[in-house]
Design a binder for this molecule. Sequence first.
Ligand code: CAA
Length: 260
Amino acid sequence: MAYELILLEKIGKTAHITINRPKALNALNVKTMNELQEALAEIRDDAGVGGVIITGAGEKSFVAGADIKELAGQDPVSAKEFSLASQKILGYIEQFPKPIIAAVNGFCLGGGCELAMACHMRVASKNARFGQPEVSLGIMPGNGGTQRLPRLVGKGRALELVLTGNMIDAEEAHRIGLVNRLSAPEALIATAEEILSAIYSKGPVAVKFCIEAVNHGLELTLEEGIQLESNLFGLCFTTEDMKEGTRAFIEKRKPDFKGK
Ligand code: CAA
């Protein structure tokens, strides 16, 4: 499928999605969000794709937020619909059954930070800058920022970022747990690939269940989360991957997982 505002390229087992509006610092308008969702739907069941890297075109910006020029024309009803539609797409990313890594180059603000937080992991180049500057516009985060940020970095740090609108640099984002790994700008994609390639050697069904257990478990009580984990753990024992993984260990060889 042809896209206008994103690029989708498959290299080896990785699908690379690039938000491609560098003149607008890759701001997310409705069309970009829709294309992002369509690209993910295109690769979701592609057996050749094991994981995804989402990044922004150019060196200056990952995504500088929702498109403010588009937002400026919204009324209360359309703003709510925009928020709900975007939340749905970010939920789709969060629940995606294959690992998705945000490779953050430059500005990662507002809806950009919210997009990165919906991904399963974040790697950042040392020139990355993170923030939720919506209050500077007289609005608040509308794509999950007030919900995912405290879950990642804790309530106090999240409130400081959301209420001041201040930006933090990549080192600070790494220190507070917003970012998994830091890299030199030229090594950003390779750093994300390094994480993905470690995952590609593992059982794909187990990987999918781990994503589900962590995502859903965070919304449950510990008792319910543990029950969910036990159910998914049991389900692993229905897979060929489980038989192959345990047999390979006993036979002292590398497993050949089929994702079944
Ligand atoms: N929406 C639309 N256009 C944007 C944009 C955005 N979020 N961010 C940058 N741009 C555009 C600018 O308008 C400018 O376009 P023109 O050349 O046509 O004027 C171009 O990108 C380059 O930007 P700047 O000239 O401003 O670049 P800079 O280096 O001086 O500043 C910046 C960079 C600090 C990131 C600044 O652009 C900025 O503050 N951007 C807005 C960040 C922001 O507020 N994001 C939150 C948006 S609201 C949101 O995301 C709500 C939500 O939760 C859903």
